[in-house]
Design a protein around this ligand. Structure first.
Ligand code: IPM
Ligand code: MG
Length: 356
């Protein structure tokens, strides 16, 4: 029996997770999967109930689970809290405690949605990029950090951007291994014209590149990478980068596909245990209205089955079901356009479950 822990979180989180669980129930019945489902509090929901964005009970359950499915965390209700007490801290604590260092963020354009992109169809058609983002190091976790008061009375904010060789090496390997199963190309993104930490990053990527002579390795400065993503995104296969650059570039890549509401992600440790979540946030402005797009969460469930539960065929079936409902013209508001059928969060979940 595989143990799944569900973390609905905040905003639209509970609604979209509910639809993914509908799909899970359907595949459990259809394919006789032995999966137990437990639930825990994370983020703002956990702050409201316990005062802590990552309660001990949640962390215990997370440690013993085989995989985690998350909705989203955060919202204006908790924006006044200091950084160390915010909902996001719960998610960051979970990533770090579980050693989920490898964040895989595919940006795939569904042909049915080519017109939903803000870029011209000829620029984005057939887009298939995998962003491999380092997730437990870099400036997100570097010490020292804080806000201090200088001798002259002025306050100063500071963070530390650090990467050790071993951290760079293990994320580099994930990227090269992924490239081996895809297009055979890795683009490593850094800012080595300015930041020493990424001079080391580039050096280690070069070293790993020598272990993979068949993979083509290219380096790109992050500012150029952002520009190339909107200029000619199809030049990329696998992009590998640090925590903060990866955060920014993955939002950018997501939008190329028309809707951030479509994109799943996986955050893996060294043994394929993972936390799966949509790339989008908690969208508090539309929470509770039944209009959120549940497809990114449903596709995150597919990734979970593929990577953590070794059920690649079931994952394929879910991905095909999503494609089928798009073919049928069903769209949530974020991807809807004239002539297509606008459906609610729940109706979209029902349709995917029915297509299985
Ligand atoms: C993401 C989010 C998180 C991050 C936030 C919610 C802490 O933006 O997963 O991309 O910055 O990593
Ligand atoms: Mg982000």
């Amino acid at each position: 029996m595989k143990k799944l822990l569900v973390l609905p979180g905040d905003g639209i989180g509970p609604e979209i997770v509910a639809e993914a669980l509908k799909v899970l129930d359907k595949v459990k019945d259809t394919f006789n999967l032995a999966v137990s489902v437990d639930e825990a509090l994370l983020g703002g929901a956990a702050i409201d109930a316990t005062g802590n964005p990552l309660p001990a009970e949640t962390l215990d359950k997370a440690m013993s689970a085989d995989a985690l499915l998350m909705g989203a965390v955060g919202g204006p209700k908790w924006d006044h809290l200091e950084t160390s007490k915010r909902p996001e801290k719960g998610l960051l604590g979970l990533r770090s405690s579980l050693n989920l260092f490898a964040n895989l963020r595919p940006a795939i354009l569904y042909p049915q949605l080519a017109s939903a992109s803000t870029l011209k169809p000829e620029v984005v058609s057939d887009l298939d990029i995998l962003i491999v983002r380092e997730l437990t190091g870099g400036i997100y976790f570097g010490e020292p950090r804080g806000i201090r008061t200088l001798d002259n009375g002025e306050r100063q904010g500071y963070n530390t951007y650090v990467y050790s060789e071993s951290e760079i090496r293990r994320i580099g390997r994930v990227a090269f291994e992924a490239a081996r199963k895809r297009g055979g190309r890795v683009c490593s993104v850094d800012k080595s014209n300015v930041l020493e930490v990424t001079v080391l990053w580039r050096e280690i990527m070069e070293e790993i590149g020598k272990e993979y002579p068949k993979i083509e390795l290219e380096h790109m400065y992050v500012d150029n990478a952002a520009m190339q993503l909107v200029r000619a995104p199809r030049q990329f296969d696998v992009m590998v980068t640090g925590n903060m650059f990866g955060d920014i570039l993955s939002d950018c890549a997501a939008m190329l596909t028309g809707s951030i509401g479509m994109l799943p992600s996986a955050s893996l440790d060294a043994h394929n245990k993972g936390l799966y979540e949509p790339v989008h946030g908690s969208a508090p402005d539309i929470a509770g209205q039944g209009v959120a797009n549940p497809l990114a969460t449903i596709l995150s469930l597919a990734m979970l089955l593929r990577y953590s539960f070794a059920e690649a065929e079931v994952a394929d079936v879910i991905e095909q079901a999503v494609s089928k409902v798009l073919d049928e013209g069903l769209r949530t508001a974020d991807i809807w356009s004239e002539g297509l059928q606008k459906v609610s969060t729940q109706a979209m979940g029902d349709a995917v479950a029915a297509a299985i």
